[in-house]
Design a protein around this ligand. Structure first.
Ligand SMILES: Cc1cc2nc3c(=O)[nH]c(=O)nc-3n(C[C@H](O)[C@H](O)[C@H](O)COP(=O)(O)OP(=O)(O)OC[C@H]3O[C@@H](n4cnc5c(N)ncnc54)[C@H](O)[C@@H]3O)c2cc1C
Ligand code: SF4
Length: 534
């Protein structure tokens, strides 16, 4: 057992933790990154849909329990970079109104303790850091921006351009999705992305996807004041005599128990694991778990109401990079819906293995090949609402339980109906194709990709765990910067908001530590960086 002291310990290297590490690295502060996973192996299987989707090659073996005590395997992947190694890198800002209280068919979406304007400069910073390509002015719900997107939009391939034109003909305002990718269309040699069809749910073999590992952790580790320990799972946080600060982080490192201490401890394990870590750390002074005097830790779990919709185009769809088009015309409602319905975007291109995961058992392989060649893949999202009974708990054996009931399904059904009505005008859905060819599948409990809300921030310590700087109300040196802090989930993808907020909290921490980052601060240029597990 060792005990080492750092200025800042960051637990988790995903969108929140990885981005914060990047922000703090040039400060000269001694920073320790603890990551329960290792480096994701670079191997041909990264792009093999059979390995990724049918054989779950990169999923963790752990199991969680649902509200009835039934065991399930969560769609969790633990690697340096966290879930961003697998994400679709669609990097949206929340809409301006998402920060206010919003009425939905299923109830109220609460207001945030900060406004869109508070986060705007950090959204801009995060978009640059994560190479976001987009076109301002197209998306009808887009919030005001202080400048254009840092990179031009990723162009549509011909079938998607046709789809965009058809959406326009039906009175919609399609827009280019904001994508975080290392792609220079005018000079293909200049970027790492080769514009393949393996974008969504696959790790990127060329490091072309702007994930937290490539964009943040790797450059942060060039600074010799930053240390990363892989296969280092934080098991428990210990508080000192007064109970007002975390004094030890207890770590399981490949089976050995190690202890680290930090002036500041930042938890960023993902919304479910962060809540679980705080709950598991209960002690005499904090009998409900850390940061939990309000009893909100673990509660208000949100996961977006998502469905994948596979439409069958009458003409083949040879698109490779399909994630370029979005529709927000129903975000705040529709002519026949006065309340919000949600967001529609393209999914990565499916193939027969992806389809096999969703098709009925009698679907023959040839039909799946035919369908894959003609499939146009959509992803629709409706806001999930925070409900106190939807919660993460931990039992006496330390096992994670996740209770979830969706309360906002009505608008999701309506949004799905809107998309299905459009199939004909969009050149999809041939009557000769069997009825099951429009596959729509709602993402089940195990689909925790968009998890959020379990350690919410707020101005009132009675109803929130964290203050506006994402510091625990009850514990002076404890912060949380993953998607747990979200008081509401909006209906756009969450990662950019976690990244922007980590940059905001980073500024706060630099001030608190009286640390400075200047243009002159440079990484140690001769530091050898070997990406091998520790
Ligand atoms: C297939 C897929 C597609 C997605 N597509 C998009 C998209 O297009 N756009 C978007 O905005 N979002 C997308 N998401 C969601 C996005 O990836 C997450 O919102 C984002 O990664 C959340 O960041 P986080 O910091 O909260 O958690 P993560 O990124 O999950 O990071 C948590 C980190 O903590 C580590 N960890 C966990 N427990 C411990 C512990 N006890 N000790 C030490 N380390 C620990 C994990 O290994 C991980 O590295 C997608 C997710 C998936 C899975
Ligand atoms: S489309 Fe580009 S960034 Fe995405 S997986 Fe392929 S090469 Fe990587």
């Amino acid at each position: 057992m060792t005990t080492e002291h750092y200025d800042v310990i960051i637990i988790g290297t995903g969108a929140g933790g990885g981005t914060l590490a990047h922000k703090l690295a040039p400060s000269g502060q001694r920073i320790l990154l603890l990551e329960r996973g290792g480096y994701l192996p670079r191997e041909p299987e990264n792009w093999d849909s059979r390995e990724v989707f049918l054989k779950d090659r990169y999923l963790s073996d752990e199991v969680w329990y649902d509200k009835d005590g039934e065991v399930f395997k969560p769609h969790q992947q633990y690697f340096v970079g966290g879930n961003t190694k697998f994400y679709g890198a669609i990097l949206f800002r929340l809409r301006e109104r998402d920060f206010d209280e919003v009425h939905h068919y299923g109830g109220l979406s609460p207001a945030w303790p900060i406004s869109y304007q508070d986060l705007e400069p950090y959204y801009s910073e995060a978009e640059k850091l994560y190479l976001v390509h987009g076109q301002a002015g197209e998306d009808p719900t887009e919030p005001p921006r202080s400048g254009p997107f840092p990179y031009p939009p990723v162009s549509h391939e011909p079938r998607i351009q046709q789809l965009s034109d058809d959406f326009e003909k039906t009175g919609h305002r399609p827009f280019h999705l904001p994508v975080g990718v290392d792609l220079v269309e005018s000079d293909p040699e200049a970027g790492r992305c080769v514009r393949c069809d393996r974008f969504d749910g696959f790790p990127c073999l060329t490091d072309g996807k702007a994930d937290a590992h490539v964009r943040c952790v790797r450059p942060a580790l060039k600074y010799d004041n930053v240390t990363l320990l892989t296969h280092a799972k934080a098991e428990r946080l210990v508080t000192g005599g007064s109970g007002r600060s975390v004094t030890e982080v207890v770590v399981d490192r490949r089976g050995a128990r190690e202890i680290y201490s930090g002036d500041i401890v930042v938890v960023s394990c993902g919304a479910v694991n962060s809540a679980a870590l705080l709950l598991k750390s209960a002690n005499d002074q904090h009998p409900n778990g850390l940061a939990n005097a309000s009893d909100v830790v673990g509660r208000h779990y949100m996961a977006h109401i998502n469905s994948g919709v596979i439409a069958i185009s009458q003409t083949p769809n040879p698109t490779k990079f399909q994630k370029t088009l979005g529709i927000n015309d129903y975000y705040w409602g529709a002519a026949d819906a006065e309340l919000p319905l949600g967001h529609i975007q393209m999914l990565g291109k499916s193939d027969r293995n992806v389809l096999r995961g969703g098709a009925p058992w009698f679907a023959p392989g040839l039909a799946l090949d035919y369908l894959a060649k003609h499939a146009i893949d959509f992803w629709i999202t409706t806001e999930d609402l925070p409900h106190p009974a939807n919660r993460v708990t931990v039992d006496r054996l330390g096992r994670i339980h996740l209770a979830k009931t969706y309360h906002n399904l009505e608008p999701h059904k309506r949004l799905l109906a809107k998309l299905k009505e459009l199939m004909g005008p969009l050149g999809c859905h041939d009557a000769a194709i069997p009825a099951w060819s429009i596959l729509d599948q709602r993402i089940p409990l195990a689909g925790v990709a968009h998890q959020s809300g379990t350690v919410r921030f707020g101005a009132d310590p009675n109803t929130s765990a964290l203050d506006v700087n994402c510091r625990a109300h009850d514990i002076d040196n404890l912060y949380v910067v993953d998607t747990s802090f979200f008081p509401s989930s909006s209906a756009v993808n969450p990662a950019l908001t976690a990244m922007a907020n980590a940059l905001r909290v980073g500024d706060h921490l630099l001030q608190r530590l009286d640390a400075h980052v200047t243009a002159a601060t440079r990484p140690a240029s001769d530091r050898e960086l070997q990406e091998v597990d520790s």
